[in-house]
Write a protein that binds this ligand. Structure first.
Ligand code: FMN
Length: 211
């Protein structure tokens, strides 16, 4: 079978204007809770798209670590490719895809760093191995070999053997503050339901988009 012959009908749910919450963050929480209840593998994995100021996009997966203060929080290295792109052009798009539920959520908005104190709290909750990893990796830079990385980890493990591992200042959280969120529910014959929330001042407007 060729790739073009792969074809699936979506039949599980519908999505109607009368069912959804007027607040898209509450609607997100509702769908997220259902994804957790369905025991999906890493329901908090999402694609993060960023772009350079002259418009060259890049995308990668990151993990959602919270929804608070009106936005979606993830953690990373501020000096990584995504970190550098976000510093220069603080706009991003996120995509969740939950195939078992035939659902996709698309989020767009401005990005800000969370406070150092918020990043400290999350960093402190990570296992030691992940904290050492944050120190060992200059994320997105070229390294000579795997051995080089492992050597650096071994040195750090020794150094931090009997002291607390602090958060590197170059590592922390970003929050995507949405101005557009679209909920997509797969339906038969590609006649999918798409409800898009867009922010108009402090109000959310809900519109149905053609599939
Ligand atoms: C499922 C999954 C979850 C990931 N979560 C994160 C994350 O939360 N933070 C992060 O910095 N990288 C995460 N990564 C690694 C990124 O996809 C990426 O390789 C890394 O952040 C470097 O991206 P960049 O060079 O574009 O900055 C994850 C990868 C996968 C496959």
């Amino acid at each position: 079978m060729g790739i073009a012959d792969l074809r699936k009908e979506y039949t599980r749910h519908g999505l109607s204007e009368t069912d959804v919450d007027p607040d898209p963050l509450r609607q997100f929480q509702c769908w997220f809770d259902q994804a957790v209840a369905a025991e999906l593998i890493e329901p908090n994995a999402m694609t993060l798209a960023t772009a350079t100021p002259d418009g060259r996009p890049s995308a990668r997966m990151v993990l959602l670590k919270g929804v608070d203060n009106g936005g979606f929080v993830f953690f990373t290295n501020y000096e990584s490719r995504k970190g550098v792109e976000l510093a220069a052009n603080p706009w991003a798009a996120l995509v969740f895809y939950w195939p078992e539920l035939e659902r996709q959520i698309r989020i767009e908005g401005r990005v800000e760093r969370i406070t150092p104190e918020e990043s400290d709290v999350y960093f402190a909750s990570r296992p030691n191995g992940s904290r050492i990893g944050a120190w060992a990796s200059r994320q997105s830079s070229v390294i000579g070999s795997r051995a080089e990385l492992e050597q650096r980890v071994a040195e750090l493990e020794q150094f931090y053997a009997d002291r607390d591992i602090p958060r590197p200042t170059y590592w922390g959280g970003f929050r995507v503050i949405p101005d557009v969120i679209e909920f997509w529910q797969g339906r038969p014959n590609r006649l999918h339901d798409r409800l898009r929330y867009r922010r108009n001042n402090s109000q959310w407007i809900i519109e149905r988009l053609s599939p």
